[in-house]
Write a protein that binds this ligand. Sequence first.
Ligand SMILES: Nc1ncnc2c1ncn2[C@@H]1O[C@H](COP(=O)(O)OP(=O)(O)OP(=O)(O)O)[C@@H](O)[C@H]1O
Length: 577
Amino acid sequence: MANEAQAAPTQKKQKRRLHPILLAGLIIMTVVVLIGIFAPMWFSESANVQSNDRRMPISADHPLGTDEFGRDLFSRALVATRLTLLLTVAASAISVVIGVTIGTLVWFMPPRVRQLIVGANSVAVAFPNLVIALIIAAILGPGAWTAAFAVGIASVPAFVRLTVNMSSPIMARDYVTTAHLLRVSKYKLIGRHVLPNMAEPLLILTASNFAVTLVELSGLSFIGLGVQSPDYDYGLLLSDALTMIYAQPTQVIGPAVMIVLAGLGAMLIGDGLAASSNPRTRGQRRAMRTGTLRPAPAAANEQAKEQEAAREAAEDPEDEIDVRVRDLRVTAANGTELVKGIDFDVRRREIVGLVGESGSGKSLTAMTLCGLTPEGVTATAGTLVAAGHNMLEPVSSRELAQDIALVYQDPMSTFNPALKLNTQLTEVARTHLGMRPSRARRKLIERFEQLKITSPEHRIGQHPHELSGGMLQRAMIASSLLAEAKLIVADEPTTALDVTVQAEVLRQFVSATQELDASVLFISHDLGVVEALCDRVLVMYRGEIVEELTAEQLGSRRVEHPYTRKLLDAAEYVEAL
Ligand SMILES: Nc1ncnc2c1ncn2[C@@H]1O[C@H](COP(=O)(O)OP(=O)(O)OP(=O)(O)O)[C@@H](O)[C@H]1O
């Protein structure tokens, strides 16, 4: 208990910790913004008033020297920050507002018009932003705000694409359909249901795009299409410096450093946001760093003995253990015990079913086993070994991604709607197994064929919203087989499948796992499926494993616990209907 009490405040403190990349980006960006606010107040005179100290070299008075009019170059680089930031913010706002508006409104247009707009947008995305910005700026003529407009418009297609892809699965959700039927106005529908559900990826794109916008605006000013003298931004300062590059090369330092600093800050914020929102890394941080998963407060030597036994078992070829769980407890924030000290093993090549009614704790067990303890709960265990890894100690995400594959219950929320299937499903194989993209693609097509996905070559080039729920579920199973993991944890992997394809998909799934020598923890409500598929079955009831059965015992109905009996009776009743 003392352990628990001590851990709680630490947990609270660590929960607020930002991702290090995001923190670095925010610090850099804060410095740049402060420069933008205060530099024009403090350095305006030395930056703008001409003096006789012309072309002075670097000195204590002039850290970057002076230009041909005697103006301090250090001050000019700092003062230029405000206009540069203002123009970048304006351009970014144009891209976001117009892009998101078009991307959401297309869903209220007739299908043909929508296809036309989405098609035209795909063509626009293929053009480099800078080329589009140059054309618009050349048509509108030179000027700071016309350059901001041109650069802003050039990034609109990227936002349209993201919004269309993100909003597509949201528009198909039941609550949106219901709101539509209830005649909720389209603006309310967008504001209440669509935009909040895609705020995170939009924020990531906005931050990353900010850096690109800043560089493009500087580029336009550099070639004379952006900010015009006597105003100046980083681009114009660089342009002035270029004419003096041989006589006074130090003149480029100020604007160059500032462009890099501001761009780096924005990029790091984008990357940091993306890393924080990645479920795999986010789960790992929660599990490993926030202390939501920790060793049970048992006697330390007892625990060490258990873990040693688990390691030995894993090394013994006669008795290979892929999963060993001892005294796993999951507790909600209000103190309710959701999983109450369960024990089980899964041996190599074994398929173990975990059955139980809704809310019995199956998913919590599976997620905690994979190091993905959900937010709001605390897990403790005496031993927790998954795919040979001691999950109570930090395990690298690379090793986890390689050795444990997860098939989630809800395929719709698992996929990134902005990426094509090939890109996201082959990610682990490419990045962690070092597979060449062409090989990963070929293997994915083979797995799609094995799982009866029609036109696999065409399907892998599609976005998730273009596939049905059942197809996505099969695609997810296919990707779990691609990584050649040692342990596959499948949480209701066939719920969205038609019964006619379910049997065939499960057969192929089993034969693939055998071919890969993988062990499987298979979670299901369906006793029939579990009976046909699994070597052993664990029956879970209100957070406890109440009975463990072999497939044979289940088949011959030799069960003891009244709850298992009830489950069987219910399954037979459904079959008889
Ligand atoms: N993050 C959480 N915070 C608090 N309680 C939770 C959390 N996740 C799950 N629970 C609760 O824990 C219990 C077990 O949930 P779990 O998702 O493991 O059930 P399950 O057996 O997998 O059910 P289902 O088959 O419906 O998915 C439920 O009462 C659920 O409400």
